[in-house]
Design a protein around this ligand. Structure first.
Ligand SMILES: NC(=O)c1ccc[n+]([C@@H]2O[C@H](COP(=O)([O-])OP(=O)(O)OC[C@H]3O[C@@H](n4cnc5c(N)ncnc54)[C@H](OP(=O)(O)O)[C@@H]3O)[C@@H](O)[C@H]2O)c1
Length: 288
């Protein structure tokens, strides 16, 4: 039995709770900004009422065995306040977010070697603060080291599809390449149907090529045909499907522009890899 605190009970935090609960091996503590009296997750297989303790004040939090952070990347400072209290006895922190800077983002709040970076593939959205819809399976990519294995073991007996990889860097940059294409539809304010346009398709390939070139410059191993595969993937989505950057823009929420585009531009600058299209997308989306 592990005491597991989930910081951020949005779409992904709720999916993680819905994966862990059926194992019946853990005590779940949901750390939220507002009281959350009920939480219900509709998964592809079933409907799950989550059983949990709810905390809204970091200073009231006792030490736990694991902290799972599932806030948006730009909410790291708020999550850091929870970590300070929850990790009093040295608990590890799994960061389940997009981007490639999981460790750097949380280094101000917890020792680097206690951080487990996790990439999740899982289409999910909040229907209301108390109800989350998980539209497909949840696949987690984790570095195959001691803490990575320990984190994966929390999900033994769950529906999570876990990939422990010796090359997490490449897994994270591969996901960033997929996300980089999404910034075009966020910029246009239009769902996946825009990728069927020939000119947009060509520009998308260039945006993803820039991201892949930057990833390779920092050591990621990415197939040459990855940009084409990413474009094909977006072209195969239903024409009305909305990626999370676009969803945030349409809802008037902040966007994860820094973690998803800023990173490409910054690392590109550091490693002398030109990123003109990503730089333009970053400037335009930040101006919005
Ligand atoms: N959704 C997807 O399909 C998906 C798929 C793959 C990866 N991801 C990645 O997963 C990460 C989480 O995304 P998401 O879609 O789950 O976001 P989300 O639905 O917006 O959930 C984020 C949650 O964090 C909470 N939060 C923010 N600051 C907090 C604080 N200081 N204390 C406690 N809770 C706090 C928010 O609370 P409020 O309710 O108060 O705002 C919200 O409930 C992102 O990096 C995203 O890119 C998402």
């Amino acid at each position: 039995m592990a005491r597991i605190a989930i910081v951020g009970a949005g779409a992904i935090g709720s999916v993680l709770a819905a994966l862990l609960q059926p194992t019946e091996r853990h005590e779940l503590i949901l750390c939220t900004r507002r009281p959350l009296p009920h939480l219900h997750v509709d998964t592809p297989e079933s409907s799950i009422d989550i059983r949990y303790a709810n905390l809204t004040t970091p200073s009231q939090a006792d030490a736990v065995d694991w902290v799972l952070v599932a806030t948006k990347t730009y909410d790291a400072p708020g999550a850091g306040t929870w970590i300070e209290h929850l990790c009093r006895q040295g608990a590890p922190v799994a960061v389940i977010q997009n981007g490639v800077e999981h460790r750097e983002r949380f280094a101000p709040y917890v020792r680097m070697e206690k951080i487990v970076p996790v990439i999740i593939d899982c289409p999910a959205e909040r229907r209301s603060p108390e109800r989350v819809h998980q539209r497909g399976p949840a696949e987690l990519f984790i570095q195959a080291d001691v803490l990575g294995h320990a984190f994966a073991a929390l999900f033994d007996g769950s529906a999570a599809q876990i990939t422990l990889t010796a090359d997490f860097l490449s897994a994270a940059w591969r996901k960033l390449c997929i996300n980089s294409a999404g910034s075009i539809s966020a910029m246009l304010g239009k769902p996946a149907g825009v990728f069927l346009d020939e000119t947009i398709g060509k520009e998308t390939l260039e945006v993803v090529r820039e991201c892949a070139a930057v990833g390779r410059s920092v050591g990621a191993i990415l197939d040459e045909d990855l940009p084409q595969k990413v474009l094909n993937q977006y072209r195969n989505f239903p024409v009305d499907s909305v990626n999370s950057l676009l969803a945030d823009r349409l809802a008037g929420r902040p966007m994860e522009t820094d973690a998803r585009i800023g990173t490409i531009v910054r690392y590109g600058r550091q490693h002398n890899v030109p990123t003109p299209r990503n730089s333009l997308l970053l400037a335009l989306l930040e101006a919005i």
